[in-house]
Ligand binder design. Structure first.
Ligand code: C2E
Ligand code: CA
Ligand code: CA
Length: 419
C-alpha cells in the first residue's frame, strides 16, 4: 500500500468510526535495516519484513487494523481506546513481542521496532493530521528507552507521567505502605495489607487510584506488580522479626494473570525472603477475574494449590459477586467499605453484612471488613462473627518502617468492648 492509499483507507475508517471514542494511529518502523540487508541481502529483507508483519498481526487485538506501508514500515489503527496512554499498551506489547528473534528460513534475526502514536480526536481527526502527529512523536520515540512515544498536543510538556512512573518503578522509588488487619477474636494485628505509594518530587504524593489504572493501561503494571511483591515480602521479613506469625496481603492486578511463570516467580521471590506461601494472601477484584474467567480460574486454582491465600477484594461492588463465589477458588472475602461505612446508621446494612458473613463462612472463607472508621462499627462487626477488620479506626496505612516499629504496642481502644 502506498501513502495515498493509506490516507484514503484511514480516512474512511476514521469517519465510519464516528465521533465516539478514541482511535489510535500507531506508526511502527523496524530498526537495524541497513545492517540486516548487508547480512541477509535484499531477498532476505523481504522475508524479514513478511515475518515482522505476521508477528505484528499476532501482537495486536483482533479489532485493530494493520497496514503495511513499505517493506519495513507499518501503520496500525487502534479503535476503542480509553485515552492516549491506553495506546501505550499496544506499543508495549509490540516492544515485548520483538524481544524474541524473528525466524527467517533457518536463521534467527534480531530486530526491534520503534513505535509512535497519535490519537483521534485529541491530535486530529483526519489521517493526514494523525500521521503527521505520529511523525512528530517518532523523534521522541527514537530517544526513549522504551522505543515508543505518544504525541503530545502543544509540544513537549514538562511532565511525562508515563516516563516518570516508569522511572519511579525501575528506580525503586515507589514505597510499600502497610495497613494492619485486626483479628476480631484476639483483638491483635494478624496481618497487613501492602498499599503502594508514589511520591514524585514535582507531582507530590500521587495516590494509587491515579497511578495504578495508568500502569494498567500502559503495561507498566507488570513491572509495578513485581516491584510490589518483592517490596512487600521484604517488609514482611523485617516485620516478622517482631511478630513471627504476621501475614501479608498483596493486591494483584488482573493484567499479570496471563504472565508466563507467575507462580514460579512468586515462589522464588518467597524463597529470597524466607517466607512460606501460607503467610501471603493475594487480593483480586471481580473486574479482574471477569476479564478472562477461564484464565483466572486456572491461575487462582494454582495459587491455592501452591498454598497462597486468595482474597476477593471489594466484595459486593461488582455485578456478579455470587457467580464468582461459585466459580473461583479463594480463602478470604473482603467486604467493601461501602457496606461497612454506614453500618451503625443504615438499618439495612447490618442484615446485609451479616448475610455476607454467613454466606462466606458456609463457603469456608475468612471474612475481612474494610473501611472500619469508628468503635461502634468495630463492635457491631465483632458481634456479627466477622473474622477480621481493617480501617482508619484501627490504623491508617503508614510507611512500612513505622508499621514495624509500632508492632507489639497494644492499643487499649481496640480491646473487646470498645475500651
Ligand atoms: P484497596 O485494595 O481496596 O485498598 C484499600 C484502600 O482503602 C486503601 O486506599 C486504603 O488507604 C483505604 N482505606 C483503608 N481504610 C480505610 C477507611 O477506614 N476509610 C476509608 N475511606 N478508606 C480506607 P489506597 O491506598 O489509596 O489504595 C487504593 C487502591 O489502589 C487499592 O484499593 C488497590 O485497589 C489499589 N492498590 C494500591 N496499591 C496497589 C498495588 O501495589 N498493586 C495493585 N495492583 N493495586 C494497588
Ligand atoms: Ca486490596
Ligand atoms: Ca478493597
Amino acid at each position: 500500500m502506498n501513502r495515498t492509499q493509506l490516507v484514503e483507507t484511514l480516512d474512511s475508517v476514521l469517519s465510519a468510526a464516528g465521533p465516539d471514542g478514541v482511535t489510535g494511529v500507531m506508526l511502527m518502523r523496524l530498526q537495524r535495516i541497513r545492517e540486516l540487508l548487508q547480512v541477509y541481502g535484499y531477498g532476505g529483507g523481504d522475508a524479514i519484513g513478511d515475518e515482522a508483519h505476521t508477528r505484528l498481526r499476532g501482537l495486536l487485538r483482533p479489532c485493530d487494523r494493520l497496514y503495511r506501508l513499505g517493506e519495513f514500515e507499518f501503520v496500525a489503527l487502534l479503535p476503542g481506546l480509553h485515552d492516549g496512554n491506553h495506546a501505550l499498551l499496544a506499543g508495549n506489547r509490540v516492544r515485548r513481542g520483538f524481544q524474541a528473534p524473528l525466524r527467517v528460513g533457518d536463521t534467527e534475526v534480531m530486530t526491534s521496532v520503534i513505535t509512535a502514536i497519535a490519537v483521534a480526536p485529541e491530535h486530529g481527526c483526519t489521517a493526514t493530521a494523525l500521521l503527521r502527529s505520529a511523525e512528530y512523536a517518532f523523534g521522541r520515540a527514537m530517544r526513549s528507552p522504551d522505543a515508543m512515544a505518544v504525541h503530545m498536543a502543544g509540544g513537549e510538556p514538562a511532565l511525562v507521567p508515563y516516563g516518570r512512573l516508569r522511572e519511579a518503578i525501575t528506580g525503586n522509588r515507589l514505597e510499600a505502605w502497610l495497613q494492619p488487619i485486626l483479628d476480631l477474636r484476639t483483638r491483635r494485628v494478624s496481618a497487613a495489607e501492602s498499599l503502594s505509594r508514589w511520591h514524585d518530587p514535582e507531582l507530590g504524593q500521587v495516590p494509587p487510584d491515579r497511578f495504578i489504572p495508568m500502569a494498567e493501561r500502559t503495561g507498566l503494571i507488570s513491572e509495578l506488580t513485581w516491584w510490589s511483591i518483592n517490596a512487600s515480602l521484604r517488609q514482611l521479613a523485617s516485620a516478622r522479626r517482631r511478630k513471627p506469625a504476621l501475614g501479608i496481603s498483596i493486591n494483584l492486578s488482573p493484567r499479570v494473570f496471563g504472565e508466563p511463570g507467575l507462580v514460579e516467580h512468586l515462589d522464588s521471590t518467597l524463597q529470597v525472603w524466607g517466607v512460606e506461601p501460607e503467610g501471603v494472601t493475594l487480593e483480586v477484584t471481580e473486574t479482574a477475574l471477569m476479564e478472562d474467567p477461564a484464565l483466572s480460574e486456572r491461575l487462582l486454582r494454582r495459587l491455592c494449590d501452591a498454598g497462597f491465600g486468595v482474597a476477593f477484594d471489594d466484595f459486593g461492588t461488582g455485578y456478579s459477586s455470587l457467580a464468582y463465589l461459585k466459580r473461583f477458588p479463594a480463602t478470604e472475602l473482603k467486604i467493601d467499605r461501602s457496606f461497612i461505612q454506614d453500618l451503625p446508621r443504615d438499618p439495612r446494612s447490618l442484615p446485609l453484612v451479616q448475610a455476607i458473613i454467613d454466606l462466606a463462612h458456609r463457603l469456608e472463607l475468612t471474612v475481612v471488613a474494610e473501611g472500619v472508621e469508628d468503635a461502634e462499627t468495630l463492635e457491631l462487626l465483632a458481634a456479627t462473627g466477622c473474622d477480621h477488620a481493617q480501617g482508619f479506626f484501627i490504623q491508617r496505612p503508614q510507611p512500612a518502617e513505622e508499621f514495624v516499629r509500632g508492632l507489639g504496642a497494644t492499643a487499649g481502644r481496640l480491646a473487646a468492648g470498645g475500651g
